[in-house]
Design a protein. Structure first.
Length: 101
């Protein structure tokens, strides 16, 4: 995959503000958190995240804390956030809505 252009601070902030459950951590990272009814559901969702990450060839940092899954995104080769990070977050949100129905 070709290197993505880094988003400006304003473009990143605007895009993240439009995403449910996501925040900008700093100039390089964004994070989103998802809650589930059980640990088993949380782990199942991580499997879906893995499928999406492989499809996009863009992999998040994944944290699992009992019934909560936290994802953190950045584009290492661009030194910050790119459209691919936003696209990934959108896909993860879609997967969550489908997963918890």
């Amino acid at each position: 995959m070709a290197k993505q252009d880094r988003l400006t601070a304003e473009a990143a902030n605007d895009a993240i503000a439009a995403l449910d459950g996501w925040v900008r951590e700093d100039e390089k990272w964004m994070a989103g958190s998802y809650r589930f009814a059980s640990f088993t559901e949380a782990i199942g969702f991580v499997g879906r995240i893995a499928d999406i990450a492989e499809e996009l060839n863009h992999h998040p940092f994944i944290g699992i804390d009992y019934k909560r899954v936290t994802l953190r995104l950045t584009s290492w080769d661009s030194g910050g956030l790119t459209k691919l990070d936003i696209q990934s977050a959108e896909r993860y949100n879609e997967a969550y809505r489908t997963f918890v129905g």
